[in-house]
Write a protein that binds this ligand. Structure first.
Ligand code: ADP
Length: 191
């Protein structure tokens, strides 16, 4: 099973990604988590990524693509994976297509969480307080929403045109959202 979960910053992708990944026994691969782990370890990748993350900008495609390529080459991702936070740009979509094609597999579905914009910003401010994320000041939150709308939202139409899109209402209780995603995914045959 090769899946992508998409949605604006604060849509609850990470939470839902864990449940979906557990169900299909595949790793949930979060580019944001990998970047943050590198930032806290102070690796060269972390040092570079932090500059962009703290400004609410995307890390350059070259850097992100290489990181994902290495991650999905790991043995635990042989039978599939769920990508959370990737692809986020058109160039990343093309890169991922190439990576998957190379292995002789295909993408099974792209889950999109739809949420209310005001609710999102509220959630992000709460999360910033709880987790102390340096990339979550109010200005940065706003910038990240803009960048999402400009760079990532258009990808939804690409995946819709490929008949891969599975939309789920991301509002409400966590387990209700999970149920909606599972209901929507059940119609997709496993590969
Ligand atoms: P959120 O879920 O709040 O949108 P993430 O935790 O997924 O944020 O990512 C945090 C930051 O890491 C992003 O704002 C961006 O700077 C960087 N990042 C994560 N994934 C990508 C990607 N695919 N391309 C470029 N930058 C990325």
């Amino acid at each position: 099973m090769r899946l992508i979960i998409m949605g604006p910053p604060g849509a609850g992708k990470g939470t839902q990604a864990r449940f979906i990944a557990e169900h299909f026994k595949i790793p949930a691969i979060s580019t944001g988590d990998i970047f943050r782990a590198n930032v806290s370890r102070g690796t060269p990748l972390g040092v570079e990524a932090k500059r962009y993350m703290d400004a609410g900008e995307y890390v350059p495609d070259k850097v992100t693509n290489l990181m994902v390529r290495h991650r999905i080459d790991e043995p635990d991702a042989t039978n599939g994976f769920l990508l959370d936070g990737y692809p986020r740009t058109l160039a990343q979509v093309e890169e991922l297509d190439g990576m998957i094609k190379f292995t002789g597999h295909r993408l099974d579905a792209v889950v999109v969480l739809t949420v209310d914009r005001d609710e999102i910003v509220k959630r992000l401010i709460q999360r910033a307080q709880v987790e102390g994320r340096t990339d979550d000041t109010e200005d940065v939150i706003r910038r990240r929403q803009e960048v999402y709308a400009e760079e990532t939202e258009p990808l939804i139409e690409i995946y819709r045109s490929r008949d891969l899109l599975v939309e789920a209402d991301g509002m409400g209780e966590v387990h209700d959202v999970t149920q909606r995603i599972f209901d929507a995914l059940d119609v997709i045959p496993e590969s």
